[in-house]
Every structure is written in structure tokens, then in C-alpha cells.
Ligand binder design. Structure first.
Ligand code: SAM
Length: 255
């Protein structure tokens, strides 16, 4: 259990305990490749080397490996020491640290890119803690630096009928409705099973809400990337976890 567990909500502690089970640790340890949208973001938006990258929520180091291979100066962090142990085994010599995105023990204005891949930000509950993480990420970025992440989108989930219809309605729609109504109305979190490991409570706002939250903490929205293209309206209905690129604005010149 991470040291910072004392200020975590019961939902987040449940997420942590789910991630610590065998199948979840095995899933992240076994993943090697980048998703196509991640490949595009790396080639189109990431700066050239040398550049400093914070790979937060790095899990067992799937994305870290690709950053290190491309020659970036990488700090990779995860809330869970168990994930960091797996990552160190995969990439000995890389700067892996136990880090909590909601209070980053890192200097301000330091990184060219912060990357929170594979919906890791969505594990942070409640929304006020998510905003805290967004503010911390904004703080550690240099002016002009990029924040890259992916996040669940409930409307994209609604049109994803990849399971038999009844389990799909139960899993995605009723589960979301129940969880949203149980707490404050439409709080944009849902609960799902992760293998047999337990429950995850995950954020799942629409792309418009994501962009609003980014702007609320001072980011400029740059782009949406997805396997269904880049149009906001298309992504809203078709992609259940699109990728976002946002920028910390440059400092205004003193008059
Ligand atoms: C879905 S996994 C993705 C792991 C890795 N990024 C990948 O793509 O394979 C999400 C990761 O986010 C981490 N995480 C969740 N909350 C975090 C927080 N507050 N700070 C840092 N990492 C966090 C979890 O421990 C988990 O390893």
C-alpha cells in the first residue's frame, strides 16, 4: 500500500487493491506495445530529444520503455511500489519512483511532457482529487510543455456493443446509471469489474467535460486523438477512451 494511502477515498483504495491482484499486475507486466493513437501522438506532438518526460502512472513501464528507446530523459512514477518493482525489473537503470499524481514530489516548471497513459488518471476519485492531479501536472510542466493522457468517455461506451446485449446494458449502462445516481447526480464515475480482481471506480466524462476541466486548471486544449479520427463530435459517440493533448501556456511577455 502506498504511503499516501491515508488521504485516499474508499473508492480509490478499492481501485488500488484491485490493481494489486495477480491478473491486473500480470496484465500490465505483459503489455509491451503502444496503442496506435499513442504512436501518432509520440511522432506528431512530442518534442525532439533532448527533452524531459514525466511518465506518471507508468505501471510496469509499458510506455517508459518506448520513451527510453527514443532517447528521452525520463522520470517514471506510479502510486504502487509493486508496479514500480515490475517496471524496474523490465528496465533496470531507469529513474522509476513511487509518486502520487495528486502531490508530485517534483520541482515546478521542470518537464517538457507529462504523460498519464491508459486511463490512469481515471482511477483517481473523487473529481476534486482528479482536479488536484491536473493542477500538480500543470505545476511540474514547463511553460509550453504538453500534457498527454487518455480517459474514458461514457457516450462512446454507450455505442460500444462488443458484448452480448444484456451484459452490455448491465455492465455499461445500468452500472453507470446506478453509480451516478447513488452519489451526487451524474458525477461521471462508474464502477466495473476488472477480471476477477475486484471493482474499479473510474471517471468517464465526455470529451467536452474533459476539455472544460483542462481549461479550468489553466491548460490550453491542443488535440484529440482516436482510432475514429480527430473530430470532437465523432469521437464523442464512437470512442470509449480517446487521447488528449493539452498545453501549459507560455508565460506572457512582461509589458
Ligand atoms: C490502467 S494502469 C496503466 C499502467 C501503464 N500506464 C500502462 O499503460 O501500462 C493505471 C496505473 O495508474 C496508476 N495510478 C493510479 N492512481 C495514481 C496516482 N494517484 N498517482 C500515480 N499513479 C497512479 C496505477 O497504480 C496503475 O499502475
Amino acid at each position: 500500500m502506498p504511503q499516501s494511502a491515508k488521504d485516499k477515498s474508499p473508492e480509490e483504495l478499492q481501485n488500488i487493491s484491485t490493481f494489486l491482484k495477480k491478473d491486473s499486475l500480470g496484465e500490465y507486466a505483459g503489455m509491451e506495445n503502444l496503442f496506435p493513437a499513442e504512436e501518432r501522438i509520440l511522432s506528431e506532438y512530442f518534442p525532439r530529444t533532448p527533452a524531459r518526460i514525466l511518465d506518471i502512472g507508468c505501471g510496469a513501464g509499458r510506455t517508459t520503455k518506448h520513451l527510453v528507446e527514443r532517447g528521452y530523459d525520463v522520470v517514471a512514477g506510479d502510486l504502487l511500489p509493486e508496479m514500480i518493482a515490475l517496471a524496474r525489473r523490465r528496465l533496470p537503470g531507469t529513474d522509476f519512483r513511487v509518486l502520487d499524481a495528486t502531490r508530485l514530489d517534483l520541482p515546478s516548471d521542470h518537464f517538457d511532457v507529462v504523460w498519464f497513459s491508459f486511463n490512469g488518471l481515471d482511477c483517481i476519485y473523487p473529481f476534486s482529487h482528479r482536479l488536484k492531479a491536473l493542477k500538480e501536472i500543470h505545476r511540474v510542466l514547463k511553460p509550453g510543455g504538453l500534457f498527454v493522457y487518455s480517459s474514458h468517455n461514457i457516450l462512446g461506451r454507450c455505442t460500444r456493443i462488443s458484448r452480448p446485449i444484456l451484459p452490455c446494458i448491465y455492465h455499461y449502462h445500468l452500472g453507470f446509471l446506478y453509480h451516478s445516481l447513488k452519489k451526487s447526480l451524474l458525477q461521471n464515475y462508474w464502477r466495473e469489474r476488472h477480471y476477477e480482481d475486484g471493482w474499479l471506480t473510474l471517471y468517464c466524462g465526455t470529451p467536452r467535460r474533459q476539455i472544460k476541466a483542462l481549461e479550468r486548471v489553466g491548460f490550453e486544449f491542443v488535440a484529440l486523438e482516436s482510432q475514429v479520427g480527430r473530430s470532437l463530435s465523432r469521437i464523442t459517440w464512437k470512442d470509449y477512451w480517446p487521447h488528449y493533448v493539452a498545453k501549459k501556456p507560455m508565460l506572457k511577455e512582461a509589458q
